[in-house]
Design a protein around this ligand. Structure first.
Ligand SMILES: Cc1ncc(COP(=O)(O)O)c(C=O)c1O
Length: 362
């Protein structure tokens, strides 16, 4: 039992900024003098429309989204977008390129195969997804409707440090690194992100779409997944996830007050360098990803002994450093250090790693 907040290294849902949670708590029964919670408000009410418009405007401002692109809030998480992207975009040529660099890009490719022909522009599975392909390693098709990649591989702890270029629109899954650094929006036809890591409670995806790409969906596309419908109805074709959108607004305000995405980028450099510097000097722990592909959001590492890994995760949890176990596919450890993780949390983790290492000399 903990009586205070602990350092939660979960990959998602993950920590939200404390001031965001406190603000939401203070308004939970009476939002802005309305006499009701945001959760209880009609999504068609003026009060809620203000919440919605405010979140959207902040999103545009914080990520510098140009007018060519629309911002959508959709249900079904990032997985819903695996289907939506294919159903809406593959129709123009019937083919799409997918760079598979981890679990979620593999799932996205598998989903797209239901709706058209998928060509793997890259597949790092033979290297156990420890690497990210360079631009000149991508095998791009001349007739792909789009190129899909996953900007940060949450499970394997790798991250693209560039926006891939292709002769077609580029689509990115940014679920686990959105809002952590400036994004080249114009270089993308579409960006989507499940919100439960860096933005808000689970259950929603934020989508940034070049408006010119909408309106060509396959006839079988459910209305709720049609980008054209969602653009025309301003994400309110049906009842939107009202509370998520409100909370996202609070998180965006928090990001803005801390220097925006540039401020977040400085912090992610600091947090990740503390951890990687330790790993690079450790005799017990080693990082899992290739150095050139290391993620600054999900740091994966292990010892040489799975039993020792399990003891580490258990002992860390007893000290209030929780959810450090690696994903069940890969084992080992993973520290997810999104925007809301205080630098102090990473320092405490490294202190504990040093102590653990001194007690388990090899
Ligand atoms: C990069 C990435 N894409 C997609 C997903 C799936 O997200 P959701 O559970 O919102 O469908 C995840 C979930 O962890 C993820 O990390």
């Amino acid at each position: 039992m903990f009586n205070e907040r602990i350092y939660n290294f979960s990959a998602g849902p993950s920590m939200l900024p404390l001031p965001v949670l406190e603000k939401a708590a203070s308004e939970i029964t009476n939002y802005n003098g309305s006499g009701m919670s945001v959760m209880e408000m009609s999504h068609r009410s003026r009060a809620y429309q203000e919440v919605f418009d405010g979140t959207k405007a902040l999103f545009r401002e914080v990520l510098s989204v140009p007018d060519t692109h629309e911002i959508l809030f959709m249900q079904g998480g990032a997985t819903g977008q695996f289907a939506a992207v294919a159903m809406n975009l593959i129709g123009s040529t019937g083919k799409a390129d997918y760079a598979v660099t981890g679990n979620f890009s593999g799932l996205a490719a598998r989903e797209a195969r239901k709706y058209g022909q998928v060509h793997l522009a890259a597949d790092t599975s033979e290297r156990k997804h420890t690497a990210i392909p360079r631009q000149d390693e991508l095998e791009l098709s001349p007739d792909a409707a789009y190129l899909h990649y996953c900007a940060n591989n949450t499970i394997y702890g790798t991250e693209w440090d560039y926006t891939p270029k292709a002769g077609c629109p580029v689509v990115a899954d940014m679920s686990s690194n959105i809002l952590s650094k400036p994004v080249d929006i114009a270089g993308h036809g579409l960006i989507y992100a499940g919100v439960q890591k860096n933005m808000a409670p689970a259950g929603m995806a934020a989508v940034i779409i070049d408006k010119s790409l909408a309106g060509h969906e396959l006839p079988c596309t459910p209305t709720i997944l049609s980008y054209k419908t969602m653009i025309d109805k301003d994400s309110m074709y049906n009842t939107p996830p009202t509370f998520n959108i409100y909370l996202l607004g609070l998180t965006l305000q928090w990001v803005k007050e801390r220097g925006g995405v540039r401020g977040m980028e400085e912090l992610r450099e600091l947090r990740s360098s503390i951890l990687y510097d330790f790993l690079d000097n450790s005799k017990l722990f080693s990082g899992c990803a290739d150095r050139s592909a290391r993620s600054k959001m999900n740091v994966t590492f292990r010892t040489a002994d799975p039993d020792l890994d399990a003891s580490f995760v258990k002992e860390a949890a007893a000290r209030g450093l929780v959810s450090l176990g690696g994903h069940r596919i890969v084992g080992g450890m993973r520290a997810s250090i999104y925007n809301a993780m205080p630098v102090e949390g990473v320092r405490r983790l490294v202190e504990f790693m040093a102590k653990f290492e001194s007690e388990h000399k090899i």
